[in-house]
Structures are given as structure tokens and as C-alpha cells.
Design a protein around this ligand. Structure first.
Ligand code: NDP
Length: 254
């Protein structure tokens, strides 16, 4: 046994409480990577390698727990595990190598913070799923959760990936610069990729229906809402012709 049921739930509640503390800080301090990068945060490393190193633990840890899972014949459990694996396979092994960030750097401290974040999330979720997830007998309520959760997850993932690649493709003609993204959901919000990511993990929390999954969703919102607002402000500061009616991240709302 990796962690008891009580310990896992308690740790997830504490982890969620940390997100509530971090959220107001992130509204004030922009994590220095991407367009907000700064050289005052200590040693730097390659942006691409940084993303790979940051995200890979989430994939490896979940694969470890998948192999160790006591309930691996459950279809429901397989769905939950494979959604996570699919997401992190793309985020760790595909996304970093598709970005057009040649020569760009990321502070090592941000990479270490990202690794810690991914380590905790994957361990809490993996340990819970491998030991306590009861997916053998699918009740009608579970079926509804599976359906609704999958719908949100798949929609979110589609939006997240499509928006990320639309942004990446803006660099076809400009070396490392930025352009105003246009078309599709960008007409409504500055950061549809973050909107998609939040939908994804909300869907995951609905279909997994446990505290570790909820804590990951809470953390995703705590990370991405402030980041989206900072990106939105950044666009307005750097592009005088930035569309006025565009929101930051939630269409028509925020
Ligand atoms: P960004 O939207 O800042 O950037 C995505 C990519 O597009 C980067 O390569 C970026 O280059 C490039 N880009 C962005 N805007 C423009 C533009 N206007 N013109 C040209 N190129 C542009 O996303 P993040 O880097 O913050 O995040 C990447 C992924 O990771 C997203 O899918 C996000 O949802 C996810 N994420 C998830 C978190 C979570 O808590 N679950 C936390 C953080 C990220 P550059 O790097 O040079 O700016």
C-alpha cells in the first residue's frame, strides 16, 4: 500500500488549500516563462527541454501506478488512467518539440516548481486510482458521470490542443515574436488553450469523482486564471489595436 485512503484524502485537501493560498499570489506575480520571462530568477535552461523535464514526471508516475493497479481489468479505471496518459504523452513528448521557441530560455526554478507540481498531482491521483478506485460495477450514476466527464474532457482537450497549435503556428513567419491571434475561439478570449485545459480537468474530476482529481482541477484553475489575465493585459499593453471586446479566458464572462 502506498498511502492509506485517509492519508490520500487528507493530503488532497491540504494540497487544495495550498492552491487557495497561491491563487492570490499568482494574481500579483507572473511566473517568468514564455512572454513573461525574466532573467532575474536565477539560472536558465532551454525552454523546450524545460517543458519536457517539467511534464515527464506526470507521465512516468501515472504509468507506474497503472502497472501497479490492483483493479486493472475495470473498463472505467482504464478510461480514467488512459485519459491522463494520453494528455501527458502529448504534453511531455509532443508539445515541447512542436513549439517554435528555439533559443528561448526558461528559469530552472520554474522547471523545478513545475516538476514538483506534476509530481504531487500525479502521485495523489495515481495512488488513489491504483488502490481505491472502484470501477468494477458501473452504476447508472457512474455511467452519467462517465458520459458527462468524458464530454468535458474531450471537448476541453480538443480546444486546448487546437488553440495551442494555432498559437504555435503564428510563429511561421515571425522568428520568436508575438502576433495577435485571430479566428475561432480567439475572437472571444485571449487564451482559449487555458479555457480548454480547465474544461479538461473539470471533466476528469467529474469522471474520477475523488479528492485528488478535484484538487488537480482546483490547481489548474489557480494556475491558469491568473496567467490568462496576465496574458490578456500583456496583449493590450503590446498591441494598441488589440480587440476590445475579447475576454481573457471564459467567453463572455472573464
Ligand atoms: P501560451 O499560450 O503562453 O503559449 C503556447 C505556445 O504558443 C508557446 O510556444 C508560446 O511561445 C506560443 N505563443 C503564445 N502566444 C503567442 C502569440 N501571440 N504569438 C506567437 N506565439 C505565441 O501557453 P503556456 O506556455 O503558458 O502553456 C502551454 C500549455 O500548458 C497550455 O496548453 C496550457 O494550458 C498548459 N498549462 C497547464 C497548466 C496546468 O496547471 N494544468 C499550467 C501551465 C500551462 P512562448 O513560449 O515563446 O511564449
Amino acid at each position: 500500500m502506498f498511502l492509506t485512503y485517509r492519508a490520500l484524502n487528507l493530503l488532497s485537501l491540504i494540497w487544495m488549500a495550498v492552491a487557495f493560498v497561491i491563487f492570490p499570489l499568482l494574481l500579483k506575480v507572473r511566473a517568468p516563462y514564455g512572454r513573461h520571462t525574466r532573467t532575474t530568477w536565477g539560472p536558465m535552461m532551454s525552454n523546450r527541454l524545460g517543458w519536457f523535464v517539467m511534464e515527464a514526471p506526470s507521465l512516468l508516475i501515472i504509468l507506474f501506478f497503472y502497472v501497479k493497479s490492483h483493479n486493472i481489468s475495470s473498463l472505467y479505471l482504464n478510461v480514467v488512467f488512459w485519459l491522463w496518459i494520453f494528455h501527458y504523452f502529448h504534453r511531455a513528448l509532443v508539445f515541447p518539440f512542436m513549439t517554435r521557441t528555439k533559443g528561448k530560455k526558461i528559469p530552472v526554478v520554474i522547471v523545478l516548481m513545475g516538476m514538483t507540481f506534476n509530481f504531487v498531482n500525479a502521485t495523489l491521483n495515481g495512488a488513489y486510482m491504483s488502490q481505491f478506485f472502484d470501477g468494477q460495477h458501473i452504476t447508472p450514476v457512474m455511467f452519467v458521470r462517465l458520459f458527462v466527464g468524458l464530454l468535458f474532457f474531450a471537448t476541453g482537450m480538443y480546444i486546448n490542443i487546437k488553440a495551442d497549435y494555432m498559437l504555435i503556428n503564428l510563429r511561421r513567419s515571425t522568428s520568436n515574436g508575438y502576433k495577435i491571434p485571430r479566428g475561432w475561439l480567439f475572437e472571444y478570449v485571449s487564451c482559449p488553450n487555458y479555457f480548454g485545459e480547465m474544461l479538461e480537468w473539470m471533466g476528469f474530476a467529474i469522471l474520477a469523482w475523488n479528492l485528488p482529481a478535484l484538487s488537480f482541477f482546483v490547481w489548474t484553475v489557480a494556475n491558469l486564471l491568473p496567467r490568462a489575465m496576465a496574458n490578456h493585459r500583456w496583449y493590450h499593453e503590446h498591441f494598441p489595436d488589440y480587440p476590445e471586446d475579447r475576454k481573457a479566458v471564459i467567453p463572455f464572462v472573464l
